[in-house]
Write a protein that binds this ligand. Structure first.
Ligand SMILES: *Cc1c(COP(=O)(O)O)cnc(C)c1O
Length: 349
């Protein structure tokens, strides 16, 4: 096959979920965050694999994503919508039994008027200043909202990937002040929060990136392999350039491989002259600019021309590639291209 292959190890995702479930304090439920198409890896297949591993609660960003997950899982598992109850989403939330995390007084009013008695949670702002009700707003409406029976009170940490950041303790204190004594189950920790320890776990943890093999969960099993086919090879003489803008010039006679993937497939231009590709365990530097559909690598040192080079795999995870690109693993994952032929590994197969 001529296209690039993306192999997604669903067993590794399930194993990462189980490991994060064990890392969550005893009695704490572990949900799974599968927003943005499960961080680019395919919400349907990932949700089904995690449900088989025992996950009963899922978080997505938007109601439309929730609809995909409900269709994949059928009735039963709880699907929480982080953007809450937005205008126009009422039918989807009602019909598909989605649970919005209400972020504002507007959303509370909309939800309780449009779908009285329908499940909901509340997101509180403890210092990230992105989504959720502020302390003053919450104080004013808490008695009324708590009376309507929320399933969950949640908040999100801004700096959990930095254990020494003072905002962590500050947000924790605010979350306690806003929710202690409410009697409602609470959720505070994503992947980074789980690693901060049990004081951050409350009743439900919500890992995302750790499931997919990303930092800050260093113990994660790798999930993705991305193999790019070599379309053509050529010899270039010392002094000859390769690719747009002559951004790389051969210092010695070299063998250059041209591979079928580029920035339209999520390989950012910042990987130009920076990333490494792999022939098994032999590194081959990406040379020159990343083009829309093509990249070029120096394979002068290989004794045989392989059919593929890997840009994600056992020797280079999403964070390693992110470091080369000057970004984070989350962005590498969610940019994985639509043109890749995707293969899911499951059941030890
Ligand atoms: C994305 C997100 C998560 C998951 O975060 P990770 O760092 O990927 O574990 C959890 N909660 C909220 C509110 C989020 O937006």
């Amino acid at each position: 096959m001529s296209t690039a292959h993306l192999t997604i190890d669903l067993d590794a995702i399930a194993a990462n979920w189980r490991a994060l479930d064990r890392a969550s304090a005893s009695g704490v439920q572990t949900a799974a965050v599968i927003k943005a198409d499960a961080y680019g890896l395919g919400a349907k297949r990932v949700a089904q694999a995690l449900a088989r591993a025992g996950a009963r609660r899922f978080f997505v960003a938007a109601a439309e994503e929730g609809a995909v997950v409900r269709q994949a899982l059928g009735p039963g598992p709880q699907i929480n919508i982080l953007s809450g109850h937005m205008a126009g989403d009422t039918d989807m939330i009602g019909d598909l039994d989605l649970t919005p995390m209400l972020n504002s007084l507007d959303q509370v009013t909309r939800h309780l008027e449009a779908l009285p008695g329908h499940a909901f949670g509340v997101q509180l702002n403890t210092g990230m200043n992105r989504l959720g009700m502020d302390e003053m707003e919450w104080e004013a409406v808490a008695p009324y909202v708590l009376d309507a029976g929320p399933e969950l009170l949640m908040s999100h940490l801004a700096c959990a990937d930095d254990p020494d950041h003072p905002l962590n303790e500050h947000q924790l204190a605010r979350f306690h002040a806003m929710t202690d004594g409410s009697g409602v189950p609470r959720s505070f920790a994503a992947t980074g929060g789980i690693l901060l320890g049990p004081r951050y776990h409350f009743d439900l943890t919500r890992p995302g990136v750790g499931l997919y093999g990303g930092r800050p969960y260093e113990a994660a099993l790798p999930v993705t392999t991305l193999s790019l086919p070599i379309i053509q090879t050529r010899e270039v003489a010392a002094g000859e350039p390769v690719g747009y803008s002559c951004a790389w010039v051969a210092e010695r006679p070299s063998v250059i491989a041209t591979l079928a993937a580029g920035y339209a497939d999520g390989l950012m231009r910042t990987l130009s002259n920076a990333a490494i590709l792999w022939d098994g365990s032999t590194p081959c530097p990406l040379v020159g600019r990343v083009s829309m559909d093509l990249i070029t690598a120096d394979i002068s040192h290989l004794t045989e021309i392989p059919r593929y080079l890997d840009i994600l795999g056992p020797h280079q995870g999403v964070d390693d590639l992110a470091d080369s690109a000057g970004t984070i693993g989350y962005e590498i994952l969610t940019h994985l291209g639509a043109r890749y032929s995707r293969r899911y590994v499951e059941g030890g197969a």
